[in-house]
Design a binder for this molecule. Sequence first.
Ligand SMILES: Nc1ncnc2c1ncn2[C@@H]1O[C@H](COP(=O)(O)OP(=O)(O)OP(=O)(O)O)[C@@H](O)[C@H]1O
Ligand SMILES: [Mg+2]
Length: 294
Amino acid sequence: MEDPKMALPSDSAQSPDDSPSNLDSAPVRAQNITKQYTGGTFTAVDDVSFELNENQITCFVGPSGCGKTVTLRLIAGLEYPTYGTLTVYGKQIMGPGPDRGMIFQAYTSFPWLNALDNVAYGLKIMGVPKAQREEKARKFLKLVHLEKFENYIPRDMSGGMKQRVAIARTLAQNPELLLMDEPFGALDAQVRWEMQEMMIEIIERDKKTVVTVTHDIGEAIYLADRILFFTRQPGKIKADIELKFKEGKRFARKEDLICQPGYAELEARLFAMMREEIHGRQNEESAVCVADLE
Ligand SMILES: Nc1ncnc2c1ncn2[C@@H]1O[C@H](COP(=O)(O)OP(=O)(O)OP(=O)(O)O)[C@@H](O)[C@H]1O
Ligand SMILES: [Mg+2]
């Protein structure tokens, strides 16, 4: 992975400015961002612009290699755009920050710490006293239904439990933006939907602004208020889809969403779009069909 310091936004780029008149209400604003590698010969993300809305769950969907993770890492401040401007509440992203919490696909717990200490770890780094951070960590362990397992170390936990610990640790730091890169990708189907439902419960409770990445169309429709669908490499935004059929609601149980009018049409549309990106866009008939559904 490239060293982020090597790619810090240049002096000529817009300087960070957090004076009240310049504060932007958009949690994230991407203006014409391009991310290139290998000295500019490979373009992962190509001239992408979007604005995220407060308290919305936005899901990045698209074929493998289309730049979903790269875009999320740019928002996290783990990498920097080659061109374009990327801001969080109007401030140019200059690196990772406590305002953004990232949850990765791979479990990211410390193997030698038990669940309680893993969740409390970020708070310890932030200087929160022991009694306070343990109280907070217990609260978040309860939220992810692990209150009985605070003494377990990761070796003795299932994949789902480990991912719950990672989620609790991120939430305990109270980020304004929750960034999730295929957070349930390593889990089996049953644990996966339990985790999706748990996530909806948490997001509804804490009113978070969330960006989540998935390959899984069912997961995207269940979690998202809005889907940004990426084209295959180089990644551009193919479609920006508000999930209007949900009528602003989020569903505690997946089966209640699946029988909503509009679900099947959206699912079919997303499968068609995915097929189009995977197999190329030569099939004009299919392209017209997708456009008709816009
Ligand atoms: N540090 C890097 N150096 C060179 N190329 C990179 C780097 N990081 C990502 N890429 C390339 O950028 C492209 C987009 O990668 P990215 O990880 O964002 O894909 P993705 O959409 O998340 O795919 P997947 O669904 O498989 O996770 C890929 O072709 C990848 O090889
Ligand atoms: Mg990825």
